[in-house]
Design a protein around this ligand. Sequence first.
Ligand SMILES: Cc1cc2nc3c(=O)[nH]c(=O)nc-3n(C[C@H](O)[C@H](O)[C@H](O)COP(=O)(O)O)c2cc1C
Length: 189
Amino acid sequence: MAISAIEQLIRERRTIRQFNGQTLAKETVINLLDAAVWAPVHSRKEPWRFILFMEAGRQQFSDAVLHTFSEDEREKWGQKLQLDYCERMQAHLLIVLEADARQRVWEDAVGAGSALIQNIQLLAWEQGIGVVWKTNEYNFDPDFCRLTGVKPGERIIGTLHLGYFDRDKTPKPRPRTPVGELLTCVTGE
Ligand SMILES: Cc1cc2nc3c(=O)[nH]c(=O)nc-3n(C[C@H](O)[C@H](O)[C@H](O)COP(=O)(O)O)c2cc1C
């Protein structure tokens, strides 16, 4: 049986960590976000906001990451970071949620935010744009938050790096467990 376009997209999408530096337009990223917000949300108020670093603004993001590094790490990784974050990657997008001490409210917000992130990843992939979704330690660093404009009371649930990539360098998929090994099916028979 032929698979649908959306199934193919879901199966083919891969996390991209190596970008080729081809210019990505700001409008393209905004259009991705504009569609991605149609993710399911279990609250009256959408729980998210976004901080986007592109073009010369990438330097601010890169500097904020560098700020969280030790002297040794800066020495070792500084140059590569500059190349990756300010030249090869085209956009850094922070997905920010309002923190909430109530477990259910928070988990609903993270669930909705995760659905939104997958929407972005799939829509981007469809256009040949690669994405890596990162949850680095720096997401929890108050200095990093301050330097990137994340407000007190907000939490970053994902940093997305976006950009074009060379198709022939698409990573091989990590195998998934066959569903038969994961599924308990109750049919009442
Ligand atoms: C919640 C979450 C956090 C992730 N954080 C990172 C990360 O910090 N660094 C990274 O390189 N990849 C990260 N990834 C990407 C996964 O490593 C990737 O999805 C996984 O290797 C499967 O590869 P695929 O997306 O190509 O199927 C994250 C993915 C998810 C869902």
